[in-house]
Design a protein around this ligand. Structure first.
Ligand SMILES: CC(C)(COP(=O)(O)OP(=O)(O)OC[C@H]1O[C@@H](n2cnc3c(N)ncnc32)[C@H](O)[C@@H]1OP(=O)(O)O)[C@@H](O)C(=O)NCCC(=O)NCCS
Length: 342
């Protein structure tokens, strides 16, 4: 008879126990980014909803921003750093492919041997990380999981590209996911559509770049992020309503139960369309951190969550729909209870 393998079971319920963020110091106006792309403050505001964003300095790296956000999350969760036994870093801008950013971040936080790894699901990365973290705790694989969404998109965006330069920005947000008496993270609805893999992509891989160097020498152009803006807009505006409705449904709720909707801060117009088609109740707050933060990809949802709580527009215990989408194309959504913050 085959040996019987033991399996673990963990907490019945999970929740976001704490939240922390890091916003780079330098605030960048539309006028500053408009110059190289022959655009204007007015065009950028109307097409994207962005008024300002933050760009990281050389000292504000994927590691330093992650550590700062994570410290805030650990403090606000009130857990001991030793109780966090897994770190998931969602990012598409950690430009060193090996090793992953997670282990060094865990060590810099003072963790002793925690599991640590990176995941890449574009702008949907944070909600993918949240899904993994919740299931790890429920399965008994981990006690508490640190999920970080972090991006330094100024390292990958071409300041002269009209379709991306005004949109993307830098920052980090982190949460602690752990056991809870009540359900605080609903079932995740997620998926992908690889037929649209070209819609948001690195425009060439490193081997292609090296070949270009051989051919063109100093005229070779480094890889940059490329986006087919109209295709992404159409997909997001028309495909994500069902994802949102399924996530609300699977949480056993209706839109009337939502106190807040915190969509990925992709573009103000996409956010408004999603809220309109869902017919959110009047008292449901819609996150609009894109105005001051721009599109920070995997970092945008925890940053927008912090903004709502800091501004007092949402409060701990509120029920919020999270929906993230982006490169892949990939998406993930779940309903959560907002954490006790600070
Ligand atoms: C990028 C985006 C704002 C461009 O808006 P758009 O209306 O699709 O723009 P188009 O490319 O069709 O161009 C429309 C006009 O604006 C102009 N334009 C394009 N980019 C411009 C810029 N940065 N500044 C000024 N004008 C610009 C074009 O030249 C064109 O002018 P024309 O009508 O005189 O020919 C829009 O497609 C978008 O928001 N897409 C979604 C992107 C997104 O959310 N990505 C993140 C997903 S994670």
């Amino acid at each position: 008879m085959a040996a019987r393998i033991a399996q673990t079971t963990g907490a019945e319920h999970t929740a976001i126990l704490g939240l922390g963020v890091y916003r780079p110091v330098r605030v960048v106006t539309n006028d500053e980014v408009a110059g190289p792309i022959n655009s204007s403050d007015e065009w950028i505001r109307t097409r994207s909803g962005i008024k300002t964003r933050r760009f990281a300095s050389d000292d504000e790296t994927i590691h330093t921003m992650s550590v700062a956000a994570a410290r805030g999350a650990i403090e606000s969760a009130g857990v001991d750093v030793d109780q966090v036994d897994c770190v998931i870093v969602a990012t598409s801008t950690h430009l060193q492919l090996t090793p992953a950013a997670g282990p060094r971040i865990a060590t810099e936080l003072g963790m002793n041997g925690a599991a640590a790894f990176d995941i890449m699901a574009g702008c949907a990365g944070f909600c993918h990380g949240l899904a993994l973290a919740s299931d790890l705790v429920r399965a008994g694989t981990s006690k508490n999981v640190l999920v970080i969404g972090v991006e330094k998109l100024t390292d990958t965006v071409n300041p002269a590209d009209r379709s991306t330069a005004f949109l993307f920005a830098d920052g980090a947000g982190a949460v602690i996911v752990g056991p809870s008496e009540e359900p605080g993270i609903g079932p995740t609805v997620w998926g992908s559509d690889g037929t649209q893999h070209h819609a948001i992509r690195q425009d060439k891989n490193w081997i292609e770049f090296f070949r270009e160097i051989d051919e063109k020498g100093l005229d070779a152009v480094r890889p940059y992020l490329a986006m087919e803006g109209t295709a992404v807009f159409r997909w997001a505006a028309h495909s994500l309503e069902k994802v949102c409705r399924d996530a609300i449904d699977r949480a056993g709720l209706s839109t009337d139960d939502l106190d807040a909707m915190i969509p990925h801060q992709a573009n103000g117009r996409i956010i408004d369309i999603m809220a309109r088609v869902l017919k959110l109740p009047e008292n449901c707050v819609l996150a609009d951190d894109i105005e001051e933060t721009g599109n920070t990809s995997a970092a945008s949802i925890p940053l927008a969550m912090e903004a709502l709580l800091r501004q007092g527009r949402s409060k701990p215990g509120d029920t919020a729909l999270l929906i993230a989408f982006g490169a892949g194309l990939s998406y993930a959504a779940q309903v959560v209870t907002l954490p006790d913050w600070r």
